[in-house]
Design a protein around this ligand. Structure first.
Ligand SMILES: Cc1cc2nc3c(=O)[nH]c(=O)nc-3n(C[C@H](O)[C@H](O)[C@H](O)COP(=O)(O)OP(=O)(O)OC[C@H]3O[C@@H](n4cnc5c(N)ncnc54)[C@H](O)[C@@H]3O)c2cc1C
Length: 458
């Protein structure tokens, strides 16, 4: 990159906060997709004013800018696919205030999700969105992706907790969207537009978050089924029974096997599927709710149930779920983690469709995830070094998306589009809707400098 541009960046953020060192560029060249694109320069701004100056300069010079939180995205959203500037929010990591009277907090985008959750829980409050990446992902990245997680079945996704934002527009203006109040309908809802916009419409520099009171207690259950169909039908039966658990997580037989092999956890051989169900709320109510759930699922081929009596036992149950991702690589070295979402009642049909696709292409496909909201993580496992496997995986993924759409679902419940799903956009959105979205992008970012080539493939 032109030394003149580097000097301007150094003037804006300080010499120490700009790097063109190859080792640093490599550190910011990848995300969880395992794809790699080298940026030309990485900058670490301290506030919205500095970001505004960076974007004004980038606009004048037509240099692409790629916002980045923790780089844990699964769809390549933060990858510098066209060189240019990677703008990292790690220095903007302050929790500015937690207002216990109004149940509101204000944070900078680089705050790590779990640290925020722990801070609000210390004062008896609750921030429900809980992506499995919460130990390292940032709230800015969560808002930009509208992240979800196990608790979303009862509590909703990130956008349901965002009241307002401070945003630097692609042209460098600093704007406020929404506000602090629980209601507010003045003007277009730019807050919702920004949530899930994947860093293509503006850079989030402050977030006003709605909080809830921390539930008094939780009860966790592990239910093992003798068939995948039984577990999938149990999801519909529980919700149909008018109970919304705080989490309703699902794992198929291959997933159970991976966890068993990787960790030595004692899970019976007869178990073909698992549900981890957690209810939360007032202590007295939980026993009754848990029993009602067990009664509902019992006729559906239950092999065994474990109900945690203590927080430590609950932690043991959650350990089963948390060990899924690390243990999957035992199946095959390369994994494509798709996060399709279907209407809850269609979960059994979707699982059957995935099983048929796996059989047809003779590749392992491992299913687990947030079955309570119909969001299944379908992991196509291959070894890229084996000739023909990549092609099979590509074909299988397209068929999985087609099956989800046929059932009234979507190709992404929480990971977004980024670059990996962009080619499939025409399968889900009609051309007029895509044109409408492109009009918004063009109007807000006429020089296409902010995260170009993402989501809509310009
Ligand atoms: C092990 C693992 C488990 C995961 N589990 C889940 C899960 O359960 N649920 C889920 O939803 N996701 C999950 N993810 C995906 C990922 O963690 C989420 O998408 C997360 O929200 C990304 O946050 P990040 O800070 O890493 O953002 P990044 O990956 O750095 O960026 C993601 C997108 O946000 C944009 N962006 C980042 N910061 C800003 C900002 N301040 N302003 C504007 N745009 C910005 C980037 O340009 C990019 O498009 C998981 C990932 C991993 C690796």
């Amino acid at each position: 990159m032109d030394q003149r541009i580097i000097r301007i960046l150094q003037e804006i953020v300080g010499k120490d906060q700009v790097t063109t060192e190859r080792a640093d560029l490599i550190c910011y060249s990848y995300d969880a997709t395992q794809q790699q694109y080298l940026p030309e320069v990485v900058v670490f701004p301290a506030d919205a004013k500095q970001i505004s100056l960076i974007l004004k300069m980038a606009n004048a010079e037509k240099i692409p800018v790629f916002p980045r939180g923790a780089g844990s995205g699964f769809t390549g959203g933060s990858l510098p696919t066209r060189g240019g500037i990677v703008l990292v929010t790690s220095r903007m990591d302050r929790i500015l205030r937690i207002d216990s009277e109004n149940l509101v907090a204000e944070v900078e985008p680089g705050v790590v999700t779990e640290q925020f959750q722990q801070a609000v829980e210390k004062v008896g409050l609750f921030y429900p969105p809980d992506p499995a990446s919460l130990k390292f992902s940032t709230l800015g990245g969560n808002v930009a992706e509208c992240a979800g997680g196990p608790r979303c079945v009862k509590y909703g996704v990130t956008k349901d907790y965002i009241l307002g934002l401070e945003v630097v527009t692609p042209q460098g203006d600093i704007i406020r969207t929404g506000g602090e109040t629980m209601k507010g309908v003045v003007g277009y809802d730019l807050t919702k537009l920004m949530c899930g916009s994947e860093g293509t419409l503006g850079i989030i520099t402050k977030i006003i978050i709605k909080l809830l009171p921390l539930p008094e207690a939780r009860k966790t259950m592990l239910v093992l089924f003798d068939s995948i169909d039984g577990a999938a039908r149990a999801v519909s039966a529980i919700i149909g029974g008018k109970i919304i658990p705080a989490t309703l997580e699902f794992m198929d037989a291959t997933t159970i096997d991976c966890v068993r092999k990787a960790t030595g956890l004692q899970l019976p051989e007869a178990a073909q599927a698992v549900l981890i169900i957690e209810v939360d709320g007032e202590r007295e109510m939980l026993e009754r709710q848990a029993q009602k759930i067990l009664d509902i699922v019992q006729p559906l081929g239950v092999v065994e149930t474990r109900v945690a009596a203590t927080p430590a036992e609950s932690e043991d149950i959650w350990k089963v779920r948390r060990l899924v991702s690390p243990s999957l690589r035992k199946v095959n070295p390369d994994k494509f983690n798709e996060d399709i979402c279907v209407p809850r009642s269609k979960v059994p049909e979707m699982i059957r469709a995935v099983e048929a696709i796996a059989k047809k292409h003779a590749i392992p496909i491992v299913n687990f995830g947030h079955a309570g909201d119909g969001n299944i993580h379908v992991n196509v496992m291959i070894d890229k070094k084996v000739p023909g496997q990549q092609e099979k995986a590509d074909q299988a993924i397209e068929e999985i998306f087609a099956a989800a759409l046929k059932l009234g679902g979507t190709m992404s419940g929480e990971h977004g589009v980024g670059i990996t799903k962009a080619p499939y956009i025409p399968m889900e959105l009609d051309p007029a809707a895509v044109a409408y979205m492109k009009t918004i992008k063009k109007a807000l970012d006429p020089n296409n400098i902010l995260n170009p080539g993402k989501v809509l493939l310009d």
